[in-house]
Write a protein that binds this ligand. Sequence first.
Ligand SMILES: O=C(O)C(=O)Cc1ccccc1
Length: 278
Amino acid sequence: MKIGILGPESSYSEKAANIWKAHLGTNPDISYLKDISEVFEVLQDNSIDYGVVPIENSIEGSVGVTLDLLLEHEFSIIGEVVVHIHHCLLSRGKKEDIRIILSHPQALAQCRHFIRKNYPDVEIRTTGSTSHAAKLATEFSEMAAIASRKASESFGLDILAEDIQDWKPDLTRFVVIARKQDKRIQTCTHDCKTSIIVYLDRDHPGALYEMLGELATRGINLTRIESRPSKMSLGDYVFYIDMNGSIKDPDVKEALDNLNQKVYMLKNLGSYQSYMEE
Ligand SMILES: O=C(O)C(=O)Cc1ccccc1
C-alpha cells in the first residue's frame, strides 16, 4: 500500500500522514510528490492508494486547489488530521545574506507580517511544499525557506527564527483521500464528520436557508460552510459543507436524501474519523 504526500521529506503533510498511519495499524509506504495536484493525479492513475493533502488553515483559510480537485474527482475523504504548525525561517546563510524567501503559498501567507517587518525588501518565491523550499535553500546562502524545524534537520539548515507564523495557534486540517470505489475505505466509529459539496439548482430567495434547514431541523451541527466559484459565471457558487455525524446516522442520511431532492447536484465526499495531533 502506498500513501502520497507533498514531498520531499519533512513536509507538514508527512507529519499528518504519520499521525494517520499510527491510527491505521498498517504501515503504507510514503510516496513523495511534487504538489497537491500531483497527489490527485497519481491517486487517479492507481499509482498510490491514499493521498494526504492540506484543506484548511486556521490563519489563511481554505486551500482552494484541494477544494476544486475534490469536486473534479470521484474520491472520498476517509480521514482528517489536524496538525499544529510551527514555521521556522531556515537558511545556510545569515540574516543579512537573505535576498529570497521561498515557501508554499499557505506558509508565506501565514507569515506575512513577519516577512514585512523583518525582511521588507526580499523577493518572495512559491514552491509546491515547505520542505521543497528547504531543499532549494540548501543551494544558495541568499535563500531562506519557511518550513518546519524537522526540515532544518533533514536538510542541514540553520534556524534563523522560530515560530514565525503571525497568529497562534496555527492549525492545519489535512484530509486523507482514496478512490471512491476502493473496497478498503475505512468507516468511522466515533467523532465522525461528513463532507458534501452542493450546487443549488437556481438562484432564488431563501435557497441557502432551505438547504441548511434540512440539517438544522434534525439538530445536525455544521462545522464549516464555504462557497467556491462554480467557474461557470461570476456570482455563481458551489457550497462545501462539513457536519458532525456519519451517513450511517439515520438523521444525517435523511437530511442528505432530502437535500438531494432539492439541489441540482450533491456530492457526498464521505463520513470519516477526525484525529487531532496530541
Ligand atoms: O508544504 C507543506 O509542508 C504542506 O504540507 C502544506 C502546508 C503548508 C503550510 C502550512 C500547512 C501545510
